[in-house]
Design a protein. Structure first.
Lengths: 151, 151
DNA sequence: CTCCCAGGGTTCCTTAAGGGGACTCTGTGA
DNA sequence: TCACAGAGTCCCCTTAAGGAACCCTGGGAG
């Protein structure tokens, strides 16, 4: 199938896709995040083929998003989020929020999130790191940055 | 290849992936967002195969994320974001932010975002819709919601 | 009135990736 | 020394992505 390599594009979205854009990868991260850290747990929970799970885990480890570490004197390993991976969970939270709003239907959200700081069931909103006001699609202008190619 | 159908899972992340998780879909949305609205523009900018672009556009239209509308008396169409699609741009902004931080390297971010409200080049941060404090992976507990399956 | 053109797709073929299930390998603990 | 559990490999089959050629429609120029 020779999937196109997104990592060479001068676009942080494309580059991020190159790390977690493959099928299953976000779901693997979700599971690791909620505490399913072992190969067989992941395979059973997701119903993913073992071959593909191996490939995804290796790729995520190569990319520094997951760490593979032994938890036994026998050859047993578990996968945990690195700092880089933990920050990717932001992405999962936004995906979950959008899915809750637009796809959950009558039944309502399958998962709720309690915020430690205030103790409430809540969701996320995007805010400007500079002024703290909401920051969404129509609140911004994209401009070329230093890493833009100058073809 | 018979990709697994994520839409049946009781998980808003999986359901969102079912809408925009296929290869190229987020990049198509990015392009439409920044003003590349026509088939040939998208095809040229992305270098995507015309066949796959057709499939992705149809799927995004079916999902209500894009709208296909004529712009000429000849059979000419352009694709624009619906409200549902515009809210998906949040996802792109978070992806871009993560890519800027972890993957941009020496060259720096390829694209910068100016926030209308404050006029500054800035990024996004996730905040609790309830209390306004930062809300990231380690600030929350997931709990079963009403739409959770009760197997 | 005809030809040409641009936009927006289809069709077809090749190749590679996902699905599924069987098989393997390694240390323990009974 | 045997069974076992965890963590993968291996192999085959199907299907999706890439790529390039082809098609169809309604103007507008000559």
């Amino acid at each position: 199938m020779q999937r196109t390599d997104f990592s060479a594009m001068a676009c942080s979205i494309a580059r991020t896709l190159d790390v977690v854009g493959e099928p299953w990868s976000p779901l693997v991260l979700r599971d690791v995040w909620v505490g399913l850290n072992r190969f067989d747990q992941l395979q059973a929970d997701l119903g993913i083929s073992r071959k593909v799970l191996t490939e995804r885990l290796n790729h995520l480890v190569d990319q520094g998003v997951l760490e593979r570490r032994p938890y036994d004197r026998r050859p047993r390993y578990e996968y945990v989020l690195t700092e880089k991976g933990t920050e990717l969970v932001d992405l999962l939270m936004v995906m979950a929020g959008w899915g809750d709003k637009w796809l959950a239907g009558e039944a309502g959200p399958p998962v709720l999130y309690r915020h430690h700081a205030c103790g409430e069931i809540s969701g996320v909103d995007l805010r400007c790191t500079h002024c703290g006001e909401p920051m969404h699609a129509n609140d911004i202008d994209p401009l070329p940055g230093p890493g833009a190619t100058v073809e």
